[in-house]
Design a protein around this ligand. Structure first.
Ligand code: DGJ
Length: 737
């Protein structure tokens, strides 16, 4: 068979058989057109320069494996073929990538190859957050598939980034028929692989204990990782990875997958009877149905596929790089983030102007650069049971409004921040009196309440317009620099009385599209405002929100020891600079634990540093220590926020945690070591550094010198004596002659 090929820089197309090879110096992804025009997956992994069709699926006689009637054969069947986007109701009994219900009641849909286009750069996805790239940074292949019996077209998009081991995928289905059809599932991607000696790594958790790292061997059957909450959620991050059974932080193959979506999501990992693995990610199809009128399309969110052949650290660094350079669109994504003081744990709802001014002044003395006025400044909000929706300043607490506080901050060269929870409504509110119908509910039926609040239906334009209007007013009048956007409950009774009975399956996704629409308008209107997203801490820490807001409040759990796990898990894919991390008072509000101020400072300095305590309550020696922490952080801020991040010791596996930050030129590094529990007659533990220049000599804390090779091969003893539980140490490495 003769093979001809056309090659753009990153995408090679060969004919006979038609094969697409997306590759750069780090990764290759190959698929092609099989018998009967089926799009089949061939290979995803380390980069190869050439692909000679070695992974074409063998013709093997299989039983109970139907084939297309026209070519009746026992050795070619959709039931075993690794596919690029499996349909439903035909010969493939595994999980479908798409399910559509047709007017005749059929749900059978199977696509075949039609044509392709290649474009430079990366087209945006209408109405959805997605990665972006300049024309010379990526190429996009769009493959058109058709389902002639059902009058549908399916467009599969693949973008390969030039300098990253990253491929992003999404799918769009279009109705060419005369009648509406109902899309009941559309995965963002589906990937089949014969490789099966894999572990599944996932990030699960709960409120105040988000993103626990769990690893388990893949086994036959179906594993579902999902959220049905109308938010990405505390319990299951829209991320997972398939990793070598023996992968470590620094070795072995890892395939990371993440969905750029903030609503209900679903990942399906299936191993079939032949031990072939299928993985899919997309909008959760529970309670999901989308009507497609003739000539209309439905676009899936984008998914990110990252490959590493050097373990988990390298996978994470690729995610960090992608998110920082190709996802976070804020002008602040590459700017140093201000050190803040947040009054939530300091005052909760009880404050007045004088008290806040004292806190601001005292924070300023400590070197803090920004003051966050959290919940409680609006309506009559003295407790969580009222006023959400009434975005009007509470004149009882702040008789002169917000401007004097904002002016005061600005006079001290500090930034002024307000907390909002725009997506919610309290029954005790003026907004509820005026618009009780704006709530997500089934009129006349029982409903579920959480934190005394209900969810506003952001799927409706009038709700979004109201919020944009109210927030704009406050932003302009209070001269805000930054907004913390909170969201403190999940959806229930997902229903919109303005939609027809058959459209109710659209409500949850319409909400998320509405949220994105509001965020798009707000961030476009106020490009100078730095936004932080939050959902009871990290309940919506996802790539969709990062597109609009370049930082997230990582968790309401501010306990330094609990934070080791939370920040470790979060760093699997989210950049350090996106992680809000605060020093709070002890005993800790969430765990009751006492930890040294030094350790609290170091853990919070491993992210985007802030303080969430009343500075007026600090003892003099604590004030001095906090001043030093802030001075130290300022000196190392760029390295920490934008350096390469390496996880060294895993709190999920040991009683120790260590991580480090290395500058791009490898001339500077900071490593932090945390000893969780102190032991009598403790065995010695080494701290082995990574990412340094082996031939470079470094000074360590200005006390002694060693070469990079020694530090990376031999390491150091990080703690020399037992200073009790929760002890920590920091090592500053500087290149010297
Ligand atoms: C939940 C957030 O995570 C906290 O930081 C704080 O803003 C509260 N909400 C306020 O209600």
């Amino acid at each position: 068979m003769t093979q001809t090929s056309t090659k753009s820089e990153l995408i090679e197309v060969s004919s006979n058989p038609l094969t697409f090879h997306l590759h750069n110096s780090q990764v290759s992804y190959v698929f092609g057109v099989e018998d009967e025009n089926v799009l089949a997956h061939h290979y995803y992994g380390n980069s190869v320069d050439h692909y000679s069709n070695l992974r074409r699926y063998p013709r093997l006689m299989r039983h109970f494996a139907p084939s297309p009637e026209e070519i009746e054969t026992r050795d070619f069947s959709l039931s075993t073929l690794p596919q690029e986007f499996p349909g439903a109701g035909g010969a493939d009994y595994r999980e479908p990538g798409i399910v559509v219900e047709f007017p005749n009641g059929s749900r059978t849909v199977n696509f075949t190859y039609d044509s392709y286009t290649i474009t430079d750069g990366k087209p945006q996805l209408a109405g959805l957050p997605a990665t972006f790239a300049q024309k010379d940074e990526a190429q996009t292949l769009t493959v058109k598939l058709v389902e002639n019996d059902a009058h549908l077209e399916l467009y599969l998009s693949y973008t390969i980034f030039r300098d990253l081991p990253v491929i992003t995928r999404s799918a769009r289905v279009k109705n060419l028929g005369q009648q509406p059809v109902q899309v009941q599932r559309l995965a963002s991607f589906s990937l089949d692989s014969p490789d099966n000696e894999l572990n599944l790594l996932q990030l699960n958790g709960r409120y105040a204990q988000e993103r626990n790292v769990t690893v388990e061997p893949l086994n036959t059957g179906i594993k579902i990782l999902d959220s049905k909450r109308g938010a990405s959620g505390h319990t299951q991050n829209p991320f997972c990875a398939l990793i070598d059974r023996h992968a470590t932080e620094f070795s072995g193959e890892a395939f990371g997958f993440c969905l750029i979506y903030s609503g209900s999501h679903k990942s399906i990992i299936q191993m079939d009877g032949y031990n072939q693995v299928r993985i899919q990610m997309g909008i959760n199809d529970q309670n999901f149905e989308w009507w497609l009128e003739p000539q209309k399309s439905f676009q899936s969110p984008e998914a990110v596929l990252v490959h590493s052949d050097q373990g988990l650290n390298s996978m994470s660094q690729s995610f960090h790089d992608l998110f920082l350079n190709h996802l976070m669109k804020s002008k602040y994504s590459h700017q140093a983030r201000p050190i803040l003081l947040n009054n939530w744990e300091a005052t909760y709802f009880n404050f007045d102007e004088k008290q806040l001014q004292d806190i601001i002044s005292s924070s300023h003395d400590l070197g803090i650069e920004m003051f966050v006025l959290d919940d409680g400044w609006f309506g009559e909000r003295d407790a969580p049971d009222s006023s959400l929706g009434d975005w009007v300043v509470d004149r009882k607490k702040l008789p002169n409004g917000l401007k004097p506080l904002s002016d005061y901050c600005h006079s001290l060269d500090m930034k002024f921040v307000l907390w909002f929870e725009p997506e919610m409504i309290s029954v005790k509110s003026k907004l509820y009196e005026d618009h009780p119908d704006w709530v997500l509910e089934i009129p006349g039926q029982r409903r579920s309440i959480d934190r005394s609040q209900f969810v506003l239906n952001l799927g409706r334009a009038e709700v979004r317009d109201y919020l944009l209007d109210r927030m704009s007013y406050i932003i302009d009048h209070a001269d805000l620099d930054y907004i913390k956007w909170d969201m403190n409950r999940n959806m229930t009774e997902v229903y919109d009385a303005k939609l027809s009975a058959s459209e109710q399956g659209e409500v949850s996704h319409r909400y998320i599209l509405g949220l994105y629409n509001l965020l798009e308008r707000l961030t476009d209107k106020y490009p100078d405002i730095l936004f932080e997203s939050c959902s009871g801490g990290g309940g919506r820490y996802d790539a969709g929100m990062l597109y609009y807001m370049p930082q997230t409040w990582t968790s309401d759990n501010t306990d330094a020891i609990a934070r080791l796990k939370i920040q470790y898990g979060t760093s699997l894919l989210y950049p350090v600079v996106s992680m809000g991390a605060h020093v709070s008072a002890v005993p800790n509000e969430q765990t009751g634990r006492m930890t040294p101020l030094r350790t609290r400072g170091l853990v919070a300095s491993s992210g985007n540093l802030g303080y969430e305590l009343n500075p007026l309550n600090l003892l003099e020696n604590e004030r001095q220590e906090v001043k030093l922490q802030i001075k130290w952080y300022k000196a190392h801020r760029h390295l920490i926020q934008f350096g390469k991040f390496y996880r060294l010791q895993n709190p999920f596996e040991t009683m120790r945690t260590a991580w480090m930050f290395v500058s791009d030129d490898k001339k500077a590094a900071v490593a932090m070591y945390f000893n969780i529990f102190s032991e009598a007659s403790s065995p010695l533990h080494m701290l082995i550094f990574v990412g340094l220049d082996p031939s470079q000599k470094y000074s360590i804390n200005g006390e002694y010198t060693a070469y990079g090779s020694e530090l990376m091969q031999i390491g150091i003893y990080p703690l020399t004596q037992n200073d009790g539980d929760f002890d920590s140490a920091v090592f500053e490495l500087k290149a010297v002659e």
